[in-house]
Design a protein. Structure first.
Length: 199
């Protein structure tokens, strides 16, 4: 039994089949076969924002045939549509929040295939990963909408998939009431999401 990523050779390509055998103290992700150790428990503001967004989305989806999940929740991204076996999948990520409308992608272990909407909340140590590496995976896999939330400057950068390419839309800032492009009837008050802490 492997209980630390430090015990694994760094030059190997790992798969979801390998991932299922690990029992690490901390969560890890797989990105194109490479192990990504996740940051320690995020700051409280990260969890507060994630919880508020989850609540808003969950309430809205009661009338829609979609489901929302909050990390830790494994999303397996096959490199090709016909490569869905555990030993063929080399990318397994845990988005902070994800919405899946094709419920056939869901199974007991999480989601197999691209969610419709992914939200990542930046925290110390993960900004480059969300902005570059995960962005590419989500774009290539067909995620319809991707939000990058920055708690520090209280903004959201939305990206919409158009012709298999992410197109950046206008930044959303505290004070705005915003809607995801895929759910225009869902209105989220960013004053509530980014509510300041009382001194």
């Amino acid at each position: 039994m492997i209980n630390s990523a430090l015990n694994l050779p760094a030059d190997r390509i790992y798969t979801y089949a390998d991932y299922l055998t690990w029992q690490f103290d901390n969560y890890v992700e797989l990105l194109r076969g490479k192990i990504l150790a996740m940051s320690p428990a995020p700051l409280r503001v990260h969890q507060k924002i994630a919880g508020k967004l989850h609540g808003e989305i969950l309430n809205f989806l009661r009338k829609h045939p979609c489901e929302v999940y909050i990390a830790p929740f494994d999303v397996r991204f096959p490199h090709r549509k016909d490569e869905t076996k555990d030993e063929q999948i080399t990318t397994v990520l845990q988005p902070d929040l994800c919405v899946i409308c094709d419920l056939s992608k869901l199974d007991a272990r999480g989601c197999l295939g691209a969610p419709d909407w992914i939200i990542e909340i930046l925290s110390a140590g993960n900004s480059a990963r969300e902005m570059r590496e995960k962005y590419r995976v989500y774009e290539e896999s067909g995620v319809r909408e991707y939000w990058i939330v920055n708690p520090e400057n209280e903004t959201i950068l939305p990206y919409i998939l158009e012709n298999e390419t992410f197109i950046g839309k206008a930044p959303m800032i505290k004070g705005d009431k915003v809607s995801p492009y895929i759910f225009p009837d869902l209105v989220i008050d960013l004053d509530y999401i980014f509510e300041s802490e009382k001194a």
